[in-house]
Design a protein around this ligand. Structure first.
Ligand SMILES: [Zn+2]
Length: 263
């Protein structure tokens, strides 16, 4: 965008000219940003199809679909996390109130920003992939309160997952995972609304424990990656969960018949 010297910037509000606000100019972690709003044509809805999908968000994979397909956590997370950890350690060694501490704090903020940008880019593409293909996307309702109800891998005091089967492969920082799940659902919701698709959020209780084949509870701890049931159902643990999520979505949808996408 070209900004000529006649543009004047505001200091508050939304940056929306319709609200009488000027564009906002601000500085954050050594970079300048400008926010402004503009009108864009209504996005075109995608043709309606009959496909629906259940999506399980997890530690070992970002998302597992009821179809069996898996979306991995982006590889660069691991690299970015190493940088973040080093910088956080460096920060903790600096004296409070010192100039060096402030410098170190900026470096930590930059690492966070880089991860957030990479995540957004990756998730935009993954979300488009899903919204293009499916009419109805069913997620677990991952409010913070619900997250604690999921069986969680062990964590150390820094929130980092300890190697215990499921987490060993992932090894991702909890804060990165939490932010990743939330933003992924949010991005999917926005894209779905634009495309005329439907997002359903269902109760996450016991989705990984219930057998998608017969409905019985098959208790397993997080290190068990395979769902095996007396009824003959043999499935990857997360695929089983995704199928339960889809089933709940179908029931919920049938019960309410609400077609509007929920944001
Ligand atoms: Zn079964």
């Amino acid at each position: 965008m070209l900004v000529n010297e006649h543009v004047r910037f505001g200091e508050g509000g939304t940056g929306d000219p319709a609200m009488g606000d000027r564009p906002l100019l601000y500085r954050e972690v050594e970079e300048w940003y400008v926010t402004f709003s503009c009108e864009v044509p209504e996005p075109e809805k995608l043709p309606v199809n009959a496909e629906d999908v259940g999506i399980d968000l997890g530690v070992t994979h970002l998302a597992t679909l009821s179809t069996g397909e898996m979306i991995e956590h982006p590889r660069y997370y691991r690299k970015a996390q190493k940088v973040l950890e080093k910088r956080q350690q460096a920060l903790s060694r600096k004296k409070r109130g010192s100039h060096r501490r402030e410098k170190a704090r900026q470096l930590v903020a930059k690492a966070h920003r880089k991860i957030a940008r990479q995540r957004k880019d990756f998730q935009q593409k993954a979300a488009k992939h899903l919204v293009d293909r499916y009419q109805v996307l069913v997620f677990e309702d991952i409010q913070t309160s619900n997250l604690t109800r999921k069986p969680k891998p062990k964590q150390d005091e820094n929130g980092k997952y300890l190697p215990n089967g499921a987490a060993a492969k992932g090894g991702l920082n909890k804060s990165i995972l939490d932010a990743g799940w939330r933003s992924f659902v949010q991005i999917c919701s926005i894209k779905a609304a634009w495309a005329g698709r439907t997002i359903i959020k269902v109760d996450p209780a016991f989705t990984s424990q219930i057998c998608s084949g017969c409905g019985q509870v098959r208790k397993k701890d997080l290190s068990e990656r395979w769902h095996s049931c007396d009824c003959g159902t043999e499935l990857d643990r997360d695929v089983n969960a995704a199928m339960n999520i889809l089933e709940r979505g179908r029931r919920q949808r049938g019960a309410t018949c609400v077609e509007a996408p929920c944001l």
